[in-house]
Design a protein around this ligand. Structure first.
Ligand code: SAH
Length: 273
C-alpha cells in the first residue's frame, strides 16, 4: 500500500491532507477540546473522521466543513457518523461561519487544518470572533509560535498582533510528524484560541491595524521611521511617544493599535509626498 494511502483513501497534497492515525494522540487532542453534548461544535476538514468520530461519541452531533468531494461523500455514507453530522461540502476559506450560530449558541471550532492555507484561514476565522467560544487547531508548530510570540521575539509579527488583538492564544501541545499519514516534514502543535469577551483597547478599523502591521513587517530589519514612511512621519511617531529608531518587533500590540487609530484619524492622501 502506498505511503499516501490511508483507510483506502489516496491523500491529496493540494488539500493539505495529513491524516491522524495514532489513537493515543487522537484521544489526547479530543481531551484538550473537551466536547460536551449540547455545544455548537464545528470541525474544519474532518477528512476520514479521526477526530470526528471520538467527538461525536462524546457530544452526539457535529457540523463539519469539508472541501474534498470524495471525503464528504464518504462521511455522508458513513455507517456510524452520517446521522450525527451536518455536512457542508465547501471551502472553509469562503464559508460564512456566522450562519452556523443557532439559538445564540457560540461556536466551538476545531480542526487539524490543511497547513497550506492555515494563515489565511485563521485570518478568515478571526472575522467571526464575536460568534466563537473557542477554537482548537492543529497547525505547523512554527505557526503556533508566531501566533503566541511576544514583542522583541524573532517570530513576532502580523500574525501575533492580529491574533492576540482578538484572542487569548494558548499553545497546548506539540505533536511529531509520526502521528500523521503521510507524515509531514514539519513538527505540529495544537493551539487554543479564546476570543476576548470584550476588547479592552479597540481599534477604530481592523483594516487599519492590518495595514500598519503589513507596513511595519514588510521589511523587518528596517527602522519604523522608514517602514511607516507612507503612513506616518517621524514627528508623528515621536508625538505618540514612539522612538522612530525602533524596529517593528519592538512595538507592543497596544502600540500597533495606537498607530492604527492615528492612521484612521489622519488618513494620508494617495499622491501626497
Ligand atoms: N481531520 C482529519 C484530516 C486532516 S487533513 C485528520 O485529522 O485526520 C486536512 C483536511 O482538511 C482534509 O480532510 C482536507 O480535505 C480538508 N481541507 C483542505 N482544504 C480545505 C478547505 N479549504 N476547506 C475545508 N476543508 C479543507
Amino acid at each position: 500500500m502506498s505511503k499516501r494511502t490511508h483507510l483506502g483513501h489516496q491523500a491529496k497534497k493540494r488539500f493539505g491532507q495529513n491524516f491522524l492515525h495514532n489513537e493515543a494522540v487522537i484521544s489526547s487532542i479530543v481531551d484538550v477540546i473537551n466536547p460536551e453534548p449540547g455545544e455548537n461544535l464545528v470541525e474544519i476538514g474532518p477528512g476520514l473522521g479521526a477526530l470526528t468520530e471520538p467527538v461525536v461519541e462524546r457530544a452526539g452531533k457535529l457540523t463539519v466543513v469539508e472541501l474534498d468531494r470524495d471525503l464528504a461523500r464518504r462521511l455522508r455514507h458513513h455507517p456510524f457518523l452520517a446521522e450525527h453530522l451536518t455536512i457542508h461540502e465547501t471551502d472553509a476559506l469562503k464559508f460564512d461561519f456566522s450562519e452556523l450560530v443557532i439559538d445564540e449558541k457560540p461556536l466551538r471550532i476545531f480542526g487539524n487544518l490543511p497547513y497550506n492555507i492555515s494563515t489565511p484561514l485563521i485570518f478568515h476565522l478571526l472575522t467571526f470572533h464575536d460568534k466563537v467560544q473557542d477554537m482548537h487547531f492543529m497547525l505547523q508548530k512554527e505557526v503556533v509560535e508566531r501566533m503566541a510570540a511576544s514583542p522583541n521575539c524573532k517570530t513576532y509579527g502580523r500574525l501575533s498582533i492580529m491574533t492576540q488583538y482578538q484572542c487569548q492564544v494558548i499553545p497546548v501541545m506539540e505533536i511529531g510528524p509520526e502521528a500523521f499519514k503521510p507524515a509531514p516534514k514539519v513538527d505540529s502543535a495544537i493551539v487554543r484560541l479564546v476570543p476576548h469577551k470584550k476588547i479592552k483597547n479597540p481599534v477604530k478599523d481592523i483594516k487599519a491595524l492590518n495595514q500598519v502591521c503589513l507596513a511595519g513587517f514588510n521589511q523587518r530589519r528596517k527602522t519604523i521611521r522608514n517602514s511607516f514612511k507612507k503612513l506616518l512621519t517621524s514627528d508623528q511617531l515621536e508625538s505618540m511617544g514612539i522612538n522612530p529608531g525602533l524596529r517593528p518587533e519592538n512595538l507592543s500590540v497596544d502600540d500597533y493599535i495606537m498607530l492604527a487609530n492615528f492612521v484612521v484619524d489622519n488618513p494620508v492622501e494617495e499622491d501626497q509626498e
